[in-house]
Design a protein around this ligand. Structure first.
Ligand code: SF4
Length: 467
């Protein structure tokens, strides 16, 4: 599939693998600032009730809802998500009852007249839940919240585990975007990662969704998996383009066997690609998608030029949240279910990853918050700077200086000085008026953003490499 190209822009620069090799270091993905590994368990300091009350102060501030549905029928060995492997359907029934309790507890504190502009079901495998359970959840949500007519409602779909009945229910619930986990189409790679998924299954899932009216399709790929090569990922790109996706997420495999023991098998079998090969794979995928007309949104996101994400990228209205890049600005996020994260202008808070702890809190009639973070005024300023780099590749020092009543080049003198090696390589430019990440520097957005991260402990292990 070849899409019409954007007018040529600077971001058509080829990927410079030497530069990436030189500067890519472990760093956060900046779906939040501070990153989630800085959240703490001092809930008194968090003052969640106060944070939600302050969030309600602006009744026009939209809501974004996230539901973590954690169950999967079998484990993919590369998986880094918070999952519970089971085939017991009654676990989903019990979990839904718990989600309803949590919804009621949150609803008691929230201004329910605020419009819901985004809804996302993630996992796990959301379609582990039967059509009946999904319908039940959808009805509770429609009864509880006020959805904006143009709300973006999305779900993660495992093409191996989705039925026509579920798709019909999802469409009736208002789901209008689906993300399909594909990862890689090569059968040897699929066998190595314990995830067999034929091209027919992928095509069937896309056909089911589009026939039901769920037109917007994201596909998720992963590079750096065992047995992958430049040739296999090139083939994967060509095969998934035949599914006519609107967006693709191309994730770097995070090898963290000390956190996810199932990943140890890849080392035992000696199947992991070398870092050099992994970088080359990213180059191959990026080239394949750009040759097919997809726009590089940033980090790991690609979109058709007529997709709202690509339009937002062109118009400078891109945003970033826990789901990655987004077109929706200024929404407060309320997460439900184990491990889910919420955010308001003043705070982040997160539920426990353990089902037992989640269940215990709800049985006691309290919100299952386990940790969080209350942002200082300085944190908020740095969040603006980091998100400006991640989304717009540009900071307007003059405009921010007028707003904040200071000279940014003085206030962040040390941070800007630390960018000197990147300036010398023409990856970033700055003067009194602002900072710009050049097209050459775009693959290293996170490295530029890290200069303004006050929380960064450069330990190296907690984060993925910055490509
Ligand atoms: S289906 Fe998704 S969430 Fe479940 S184990 Fe596989 S990768 Fe992880």
């Amino acid at each position: 599939m070849i899409l019409p190209h954007d007018p040529p822009t600077g971001d058509d620069a080829a990927l410079d693998l030497d530069l990436i090799r030189k500067y890519a270091i472990p760093g956060p993905r900046y779906t939040s600032y501070p990153p989630a590994n800085k959240f703490h368990d001092r809930l008194v300091d968090l003052d969640l009730t106060g944070a939600i009350a302050a969030d309600n102060a602006d009744p026009s501030r939209p809501l974004s809802l996230y539901f973590h549905l954690p169950f999967c029928q079998s484990r993919c060995w590369y998986c880094g998500c918070t999952t519970i492997i089971t085939r017991r359907q009654d676990w989903a029934t019990t979990y839904l009852a718990e989600l309803k309790k949590e919804i009621a507890l949150v609803a008691a504190q929230l201004d329910l007249n605020r419009p819901v502009e985004q809804l996302h079901f993630g996992g796990g495998t959301p379609t582990f839940f039967s059509a009946e359970l999904l319908e039940d959840l959808g009805q509770v949500l429609r009864r509880t919240f006020r959805f904006a007519p143009e709300a973006e409602c999305s779900i993660e779909i495992d093409p191996r585990v989705v039925s026509p009945e579920q798709v019909q229910v999802l469409a009736a619930m208002g789901i209008n975007r689906a993300s399909l986990g594909i990862q890689d189409t090569n059968t040897d790679v699929q066998q190595a990662i314990h995830r067999r998924q034929s091209a027919e299954l992928n095509q069937r899932a896309v056909d089911l969704l589009r026939a039901a009216g769920i037109q917007d399709i994201n596909l998720d790929l992963i590079y750096g998996l065992p047995l992958q090569t430049e040739a296999t990922v090139a083939q994967t790109v060509q095969e998934v383009l035949a599914l006519a996706p609107d967006r693709l997420s191309v994730f770097s495999y995070a090898h963290v066997p000390w956190i996810k023991p199932a990943q140890r098998i890849f080392d035992q079998r000696g199947q992991m690609p070398e870092p050099e090969q992994k970088l080359a794979m990213f180059g191959v995928i990026r080239r394949g998608l750009r040759d097919a007309g997809f726009v590089d949104i940033g980090l790991d996101h690609f979109a058709r030029p007529d997709d709202p994400l690509a339009i937002a990228r062109r118009e400078g209205t891109l945003h970033r949240n826990f789901q990655g890049y987004s077109t929706r600005a200024g929404a407060s996020l309320y997460g439900f279910g184990i491990s889910s994260i919420s955010s308001s202008p003043d705070a982040y808070w997160q539920n426990p990853k353990s089902l037992a702890a989640y269940r215990q809190a709800l049985a006691e009639g309290r919100l299952p918050t386990e940790k969080g973070y209350r942002l200082s005024a300085e944190d908020k300023c740095r969040r603006r700077l980091i998100m400006g780099i991640m989304c717009d590749r540009r900071l307007d020092f003059e405009a921010l200086g007028r707003e904040w009543g200071c000279d940014l080049t003085q206030r962040y003198r040390a941070e800007l000085a630390s960018l000197a090696p990147l300036v010398a390589e023409e990856l970033v430019q700055w003067d009194d008026s602002g900072l710009t990440v050049t097209p050459r520097g775009e693959p290293l957005l996170r490295v530029v953003a890290m200069a303004f991260d006050q929380t960064l402990a450069r330990t190296g292990r907690a984060h993925a490499l910055t490509v």
